[in-house]
Design a binder for this molecule. Structure first.
Ligand SMILES: Nc1ncnc2c1ncn2[C@@H]1O[C@H](COP(=O)(O)OP(=O)(O)OP(=O)(O)O)[C@@H](O)[C@H]1O
Ligand SMILES: [Mg+2]
Length: 295
């Protein structure tokens, strides 16, 4: 427990220092004109697809909202966006429209109390985003981040320009894996990509669909140990989510798990992870995690 608390402090300290550096010396390129993030931003990523990123974003957002904290969920899986389906919402404007010049404020959709969504634009943005589009998007995210306690970016699986831009922009990567060997192997490849590209110095790790805490811990330690040994990279094991049929039911019902089955085992795991992340903000005593509280 003491070890976990010191890890939290260290992590948050680094985040705040990184933000300070960012303020003092904005990076070169588009990001230099994109403003500064005013809230912790997490890029939820995976090597393998279908491991539970979108459900993690949605339910983590609702767990923060239960504590009256405002959250922005960005569906960054452009082309194959589906977070709006999990929320059963119908966006009029999406990230693709913001890239094309639409107002971010108009594109934000209030899906639930304290939870806003920037939808991804299913079936659109297949051709990638030009430099002007990146500048517009990053500037808009930086501007609205001041209104939120947390920003959760649901990324497409694998490696791609959007994740790279978000990590360079200061987002903390959360790498999601399951205990399946294919997901672990692809998760390691994702960590290696971050290492080679010098992105996301200390990624966080979440193990989803574990049958037990022991299985989750074992999965996490394999990745944490391999990253430390072969990449000299520190990976922070943030938490785990149980394999729970209630998640599948919630997807079929288009109602987030925390609303459909608030007492289910996975719902309590999502809440525990939210508390862990929140503790990062509070333990350090910074304003991260406290800001954006709903009034
Ligand atoms: N904790 C869980 N317990 C049981 N089933 C789960 C759990 N998490 C996710 N699932 C199942 O996995 C499916 C895929 O989840 P989700 O859409 O969140 O993954 P994803 O990583 O976002 O996928 P993609 O890479 O395609 O974006 C869900 O529809 C659900 O059926
Ligand atoms: Mg997804």
């Amino acid at each position: 427990m003491a070890d976990q608390a010191s890890r939290l402090r260290e992590q948050m300290s680094q985040w705040i220092q990184a933000q300070q550096l960012h303020r003092d010396a904005p990076p070169e390129g588009d990001e230099a004109h994109a403003g500064v993030l005013s809230a912790p931003v997490f890029a939820v990523m995976s090597g393998k697809g279908g491991v539970g990123k979108s459900n993690l974003c949605v339910n983590l957002a609702l767990a923060f909202a239960e504590d009256e904290m405002r959250v922005l969920v960005i569906d960054a899986d452009t082309g194959f966006a589906d977070v709006e389906i999990l929320f059963d919402s119908t966006p009029l404007l999406t990230l693709c429209d913001v890239v094309a010049g639409a107002s971010m404020e108009e594109a934000l959709l209030a899906t639930r109390p304290h939870v806003d969504l920037l939808a991804g634009g299913s079936g659109r943005c297949f051709d990638g985003i030009g430099e002007d589009g990146w500048a517009r998007l990053l500037r808009a995210i930086a501007r609205v981040s001041a209104r939120y306690a947390w920003v959760l970016v649901d990324c497409a699986p694998g490696v791609h320009a959007l994740a790279e831009r978000m990590l360079k922009f200061g987002a903390t990567p959360i790498c999601v894996v399951t205990p399946e060997p294919t997901a672990i192997t692809d998760g390691y490849a994702l960590l290696k990509w971050m290492h080679v590209k010098n992105l996301g110095a200390e990624p966080w790790l979440v193990v989803n669909r574990a049958k037990s805490k022991a299985e989750a811990d074992d999965t996490a330690s394999r990745l944490v140990d391999a990253a430390e040994r072969f990449l000299k990279m520190r990976v922070v094991y943030a938490g785990w989510i149980r394999d729970d049929p209630a998640v599948v039911k919630s997807v079929m019902a288009r109602r987030p798990l925390l609303q459909l089955s608030p007492g289910s085992p996975a719902a309590s795991n999502y809440r525990q992870l939210a508390r862990w992340i929140r503790a990062c903000g509070q333990t350090f005593g910074g304003d991260a995690g406290a800001k954006g509280a709903a009034r």
